[in-house]
Write a protein that binds this ligand. Structure first.
Ligand code: TXE
Length: 478
């Protein structure tokens, strides 16, 4: 059951007011497939009102706020998030089906984003540029104005932290469209932001359908920057829609991220990363490591040890804090099961059996050896499924690793320093990890992809450049 909330979860937050929508949608619990509550089905008109509220904030109190005060506000918000970690954890576990420990880590990460961007708000600035005699030239880093944030259901808190957190730090006013499958922590975060003293309209939240509210936000002429995380198809549609208004878009679209295990890899160190980077959040992670490339000399050993780890995993309801929770909805389960059909020609190395429904549970499966061109080795599955691909040489490993349409994250397990350096340079990927995977997901580390994994960078200081624009001022004084 849903805990008592200090706001009505069927309402939208627009211009500082909790507003009832014309229509609602039912939010359900993926662990039980039972309804949780009603949420807003924001209309095109609601999105328009939210954008105007953000414009009013941009042109009003929020737009006048100093960087120091924006930083203080975000720091206060981070503290409030920490004080409400328990309820945020419960909401995420119920809404996303995310095991409690993983949901808690996301809540703590949300606080960390607020702290980081709170601290960074007054430390980003322009430069002076040496120029011709008689001129003083400098640059000003300014907010875009009103930013749109279209967020998926797999990591709502982390994605809101990295995009809305950075956008607010730079002084933008935000319109956030959370996913129709999971929006409770977005609403709770907005309520905390009000408590922290965020001026009305600086953050507006309009839950609703992607094809209605999301599409309306993407095409709205009042939006000056869009940040989107989700599927390639929708990301591409959002970019095309934003193109009509010549609006910059940051796209984070997932991947097929490899871990490369060389003949000299420390397997004791690698094993937890090899497995957990694929199974965390039931594999519904943009940076999930779904391809394990293994030097043929270690193939049997890696397969055996990963299989052992798979068999020790437990799948269950999120509130029972299993290793693996349910998938978000029946559609996602069907998607994953369709990959099981495509894998009929592959050896199944290990399986962690899923409990029967009504929750959207699916077995965790490890397949291999597979050829690099197999559908399981090429397509994003977004479920608890990994595939082992053997290789014989460094060149071959690199070719396989770079041989998909994606390029989000890659990791290399080897003790050889020169090889680490060669691969870090040659891998086509937004992030490369050496003898680890993810480095704990630090908020400080710029994140984003190449190829169909998207473009633009979020997290770290880099995000602040993305959520701002640069003005050059040239003063002629003789
Ligand atoms: O994604 P969508 P879905 C991938 C993953 C998954 C697949 C489908 O492979 O299996 O996408 O998931 C909003 N205009 N990822 O259908 O449609 C929608 O409301 C504007 C990868 O959930 O991309 C939600 O808020 N917005 C991923 C958000 O877009 C629209 C995370 C994502 O939904 C819209 C999630 C439209 N026309 C899925 N249509 C990652 N990179 O982490 C939908 N939306």
């Amino acid at each position: 059951m849903l805990p008592d909330l200090p706001f009505d979860p069927s309402h939208m937050l627009i211009g500082g007011a909790w507003v009832p929508p014309g229509e609602t949608l039912t939010l359900s619990n993926p662990s039980t497939d039972t309804p949780l509550c009603q949420i807003a089905k924001a209309s095109v008109a609601d999105v328009d009102t939210a954008v105007h509220a953000a414009e009013a904030a941009r042109d009003g109190v929020w737009g006048q706020e100093t960087a120091l005060e924006r930083g203080r506000l975000l720091t206060r918000l981070g503290q409030l998030v920490l004080e409400h970690v328990d309820i945020l954890t419960t909401l995420e576990a119920l809404d996303v089906g995310k095991p409690v420990t993983q949901a808690r880590a996301d809540a703590v990460a949300l606080a960390r984003y607020c702290e980081f961007y709170g601290g960074a708000a007054d430390k980003i600035h322009g430069a002076t540029i040496p120029y011709m005699d008689g001129y003083t030239v400098y640059t000003l880093r300014e907010p875009h104005g009103v930013t749109g944030h279209i967020v998926p259901w797999n990591y709502p808190m982390q994605i809101i932290g990295r995009s809305v957190g950075a956008a607010l730090a730079m002084g933008n006013a935000c319109v956030l469209k959370p996913a129709e499958d999971a929006c409770l922590t977005a609403l709770f975060f907005a309520w905390l932001a009000q408590k922290a003293g965020l001026p009305d309209g600086a953050l507006n939240v309009v839950p609703g359908l992607g094809r209605e509210a999301g599409a309306a936000l993407a095409v709205h002429p009042g939006i000056q920057h869009l940040s989107f995380t989700g599927s390639v198809a929708t990301g591409s549609a959002v970019q095309i829609a934003a193109g009509a208004n010549v609006v910059p878009v940051t796209l984070e679209l997932g991947g097929k991220s490899p871990q490369i295990v060389f003949e000299d890899a420390d397997l004791d160190a690698a094993l937890p990363f090899l497995v957990n980077a694929g199974l965390q959040n039931a594999g519904q992670t943009c940076s999930a490591s779904s391809r394990i490339l293994v030097h043929r000399s270690r193939l049997a050993e890696v397969a055996e040890r990963m299989a052992e780890a798979y068999r020790a995993k437990r799948i269950g309801a999120a509130m029972e804090d299993p290793d693996i929770g349910p998938l978000i909805n029946a559609r996602q389960r069907s998607r994953v099961e369709a990959f099981f059909d495509k894998a009929k020609d592959l050896p199944l190395i290990a399986e962690c059996v899923a409990p029967d429904g009504p929750g959207h549970f699916v077995a965790a499966r490890l397949y291999g050896p597979a050829l690099p061109g197999h559908a399981l080795a090429q397509d994003e599955i977004f479920g608890p499924v990994q595939v082992i691909i053997p290789f014989d040489s460094e060149d071959e490993a690199l070719k396989i690793a770079n041989g998909t349409e994606y390029g989000l994250v890659a990791s290399v397990w080897t003790e050889k320093g020169a090889r680490q350096m060669r691969l870090a340079k040659a891998l086509r990927s937004g992030q490369v990890f050496i003898n680890n995977y993810g480095a704990g997901g630090g908020v400080e580390l710029p994140f984003g992809g190449v190829g169909k994994s998207g473009h633009g960078r979020e997290k770290g200081f880099e995000a602040l450049y993305g959520f701002s624009t640069l003005k050059t001022v040239a003063a002629r004084h003789g």
